[in-house]
Design a protein around this ligand. Sequence first.
Ligand code: RIB
Length: 308
Amino acid sequence: MSSSQKLVVLGSINADHILTLEHFPHPGQTLTGQNYQVAFGGKGANQAVAAGRSGANISFIACVGEDDIGHRIKAQLEKDRIDTHAVSHIKDQSTGVALIFVNKMAENCIGICAGANACLSPEYVQQHADLIRAAQALLLQLETPIPSIIEAAKIAHQSSVKVVLNPAPARELPEELLHLVDIITPNETEALSLTGVIIHDEKDAAEAASVLHGKGIKTVVITMGSRGVWLSENGQGQLVSGFKVNAIDTIAAGDTFNGAFVTALLEGKSALEAARFANAAAAIAVTRSGGQPSVPWREEIDAFLATK
Ligand code: RIB
């Protein structure tokens, strides 16, 4: 299945070096871990892969290094049904890297070296402006330079292309960017840094959503881990429950949600149906290890939902 509606994802590509530990090391402590693996990741690439595998008609705007892993990542993106003509190898740069610890609670902590992702400049975005203008939705995250994200959002907004922002990793954002956003999808930590509201329950989620609506954002989706998501459209909020699964690794769970959610919206599903579809995709992802290796294909999501 492939939607006729076009999606553009703009964002990061990383090589993830993942190590599983009993617990995160304390300062000064060295721990021996298990299951070391290098997997393809990066929030932008993970979301693009989630969209590609769940059936979107998708192009990706990104930068990788002029190195072996950059070439292998780009080849894999093509196998994941993504148009990569706007994914460039940057001379004298290495592909972005993420160093990731996973603990036995399936939580992770991540350190990033931007590498070629830092070269995704406003000029680079301008070179691919027509791709954005021809789309129905643009999906953005925050692992590439903010001026370029604003540039892309402006191009989209001027052409009535829906701007979807996954504000990850958490940081404060200029109002200029938030005013261009149609749909925002923070997790609880990201919602706190954008709104100042600590989210313990649905009432807090509604309050955080209302702050974001106050900035002109029509649809707010706050992801709350295994509880599911708080979906608020023009101030009308509801919890869309998550699916209970045995989680072993939550890397890329949020990315999987975002890619699948936008794909479903572009197929004409309501935000509620799209959130349920994306909750299913994320539930499958957390039962597997790694970033992109954990992202499910459409057939797997449909089969999972058919059992619910
Ligand atoms: O969201 C998960 C991603 O965050 C990882 O794949 C890692 O690359 C970091 O960007």
